[in-house]
Ligand binder design. Structure first.
Ligand SMILES: [Zn+2]
Length: 288
């Protein structure tokens, strides 16, 4: 077998990478995503894979393939929704393609040779413009019966306290979703509601005031509910908020009160591969 090619089909850029048989990076290229244009998106992936050469092809997308229909759902790159993307890519590339949600690719990448290397159960969390997640067990993604395993962002925030009300409305039609508090924009909205000041997440983080304290308490509660269900060895954070160093010391201090255990052995870790985790995880979809 030749190497493994991974493609991260994002909303603003498409990135491809090739790993040799030893897992070393031997090719990388990125192009802007032809937003809104489905056939141009297929053509862009085809050109990148041609440049990457021979090898298996895994693709990460900001969405999921419906198990029922094979069509794309839950994608914020809306021009992919309802399309038979995997079939169309296989036809264009002349190779079998494995397609996965990008948060699942992140979890897989960190599980195979990142922050979760050697751990049996890894929960990968995206804290970015949205909140997503993925589960890798023994170096394999758990996709789930509905292809939504790990998607904790649209669960309600556990045990909301006075400061969490009124529950913020979410684009998914619910209110008080974890994503409305723990995404970057969620932190900005919360800070504005409290202070009247409109700031970027990184500005709020550098203030280090009550808004960040509240964010960390909410993250601790939300992750504690994951620990109670999945009991992962490692939780790896990704997305813009994963750059906040304080999370890794403060949140494990806070989550103990919410976890149903005398001690919590779960580690909270920053990503090893950072922004490359998605494209690396896509390549590792052929990890068998
Ligand atoms: Zn929601």
């Amino acid at each position: 077998m030749n190497g493994r090619i991974g493609v991260d089909l994002g909303g603003t850029k498409i990135e491809a990478l090739a790993l040799d048989r030893g897992g070393r990076e031997v090719f990388r290229k990125r192009v802007p995503t032809p937003r809104g244009d489905y056939s141009a998106t297929i053509a862009a992936v085809k050109a990148l894979v041609r440049d990457a050469g021979e090898g298996s092809v895994g693709i990460g997308i900001p969405g999921a393939e419906s198990q029922a229909t094979g069509l794309i759902k839950n994608a914020n790159s809306t021009w992919l929704i309802g399309k038979p993307l995997r079939k169309d890519l296989e036809a264009a590339l002349g190779r079998p393609v494995r397609l996965e949600n990008d948060a699942n690719c992140f979890a897989l990448s960190e599980a195979v040779d990142g922050a979760g290397m050697g751990a049996a159960v890894v929960f990968g969390v995206i804290l970015g413009t949205g909140v997503g997640g993925g589960i890798a067990v023994d170096g394999k993604i758990i996709r789930g019966a509905n292809a939504i395993a790990g998607e904790w962002g649209h669960n309600p925030l556990p045990q909301p306290s006075e400061q969490d009300f009124p529950l913020p409305p979410c684009y998914c039609g619910r209110a008080g979703c974890i994503e409305t508090y723990l995404s970057g924009p969620g932190l900005s909205r919360d800070h504005e509601r409290r202070t009247g000041q409109r700031l970027k997440p990184e500005q709020i983080v550098s203030l280090g005031d009550q808004s960040l304290e509240r964010y960390m308490e909410r993250l601790a509660k939300a992750l504690a509910s994951i620990i109670n269900v999945l009991d992962p060895d490692v939780i790896v954070l990704g997305g813009g908020m994963s750059n906040v160093a304080r999370l890794y010391t403060e949140v494990p201090r806070l989550w103990g009160r919410h976890v149903f255990s005398d001690q919590v052995a779960t580690r909270l870790a920053p990503p090893v591969h950072g922004d490359s985790s998605g494209v690396r995880g896509a390549a590792w979809l052929w990890n068998d």
